[in-house]
Design a protein around this ligand. Sequence first.
Ligand code: JFZ
Length: 566
Amino acid sequence: MTDSLETALERKNRMQWWKEAKFGMFIHWGVYSLLGQGEWVMYFSKIPVKEYEKLAAEFNPEQFDAKAWVACAKRAGMKYIVITAKHHDGFAMYHSRTDPFNIVDASPFGRDPLKELSEACRVEGIRLCFYYSHVIDWHDPHAIHDTYNNLWDYELEKKAFFSYWNHKAKGQIRELLTEYGPIGLLWFDTSGGLSKKESEAIVSMIRELQPECLINSRVSHWPDFGDYQSKGDNEIPMHGEETREWETPMTLNQSWGYSTKDQVWKSADALIRKLVHIVSKGGNLLLNVGPTETGVIPAKSVERLEEVGAWLERNGGAVYGTSASPFPYELEWGAVTVKGEMVYLHVFNHYWPAEELVLNGVKNKVKKAYLLADGNASGLPVEQSYHLETDHYAMRIRLPELPPEDYVSVVALEVEGGLEVDRGFIQQAQDAIKLDLVLSEITTGSGMNEARWTFKAASPGVFEVVLVNFKKSGAVWEKEYDHEVTVRAAGQTAACVPKEDVVVSDSISCQHPYTEVHSSIGRIVIEQPGTYALTLSTKLAKPKPNGPEIWQAASVKLRSVRLVQV
Ligand code: JFZ
């Protein structure tokens, strides 16, 4: 049965465990770990298949311990594991009878690590899932991708796609779904060039073999196929960018497969902030480890995962099983998650306010506020008010002088009837007015597009108009911003050719290979509190394209306009 035939309820039920889980472990592990240069080494170094097979014959990860890996994931607070069953190099990390290029038949290891992981996951109640590179395969002479093929051993003209597709690809997917117990999800990848018909064939086979197994968007032809969207690597979407379930696949450093050189590790602080930020936007975090050639998860990865897990041990109730923040913008001081009548304010410690936290737009009564760390004991004073003339709901929560937690401290609110907020773009106290592009009304013109928002200013004053872009490493800024950008609001105009005025080093929603860049467009004065329109004219105000990848791979991505009170 293909996806088009099933009901929304069937899909919702299948997704339930994944939506509640929020946090999973990604594992990139293979023969490439021997070289310590990441999982694309065969492609970048054009290693001939015969040479790569000799490398496989040296692969003997004798320190591999499935129970230890599952225990690491569990201590980290992760609820599922997605491991590379076969990456682009074509080497199967399990005993495949479809193709002899696998860890049992083509390496001295002789064991089936996925079988051992399957048992360890079953015992610990962790869902086992598989990554499978279904289109790219640099070992097989007939695999064809629209961009990344092994043309140093093989000639494109001599490739016969279906002899790969109907044998190795479909055969191995069948093996993974019939020999390793219940599989939580199949994580397909880089499907460029796969036809809709063949994508549907894979989906039908999966639904037939394991109807409960989830499928990610990279099976291809999303959103016609797939249960949820895998964003681009390390990509966190803007508010409102996703209308379906989604996840951010994220590296702990900047590599997926084991890399001896890459020591650019995200701190535990950054990881916990990014986790709650992603969950507050309604997504899952799939956080990666790249085990070594001996089968060990790098110590720096384990250290960070243990810190994240310790925090989740105390604060997981504000993460697992929660829903997204109803505010349609990021909050400078942290993130909001919701579960029934409970609202969790995840305050980043470096924004812990001197006296009180202000959160505007909460319409209903807060029955009780307390620090999650103290349990129901602390009882924090809450003041709520409504200002008729500006239709503005204000709330102030008095906090202790110091945050109780490491990195992120959670303020729990019990809200009568569940949280209701002003869903407009309102001014938060310590915060800029943030207008995400995907929540604007975009009219496309000949080249220049126009994005339009309405926002509510509570406190008049002078506002810096700031453009927020994510710039991909290697992108040429001037090539994208080769034109004047115009912002109009409150009867005033600010215009300039945007420059890379500020590069934000610790952005909450931007990761390698992008950096967050702020550009000042000028200033506007808001004389009176009230509701205003803002229009932004620029070539980069493009409506979200249909194919997810195009959006994710843009060299400069316009994210939002911010009005920062000066
Ligand atoms: C792919 C793989 O090529 C890579 O080795 C790793 O497994 C990663 C998780 O997935 O890389 C991608 C695929 C898609 C995007 C970016 C990197 N994208 O859509 O932006």
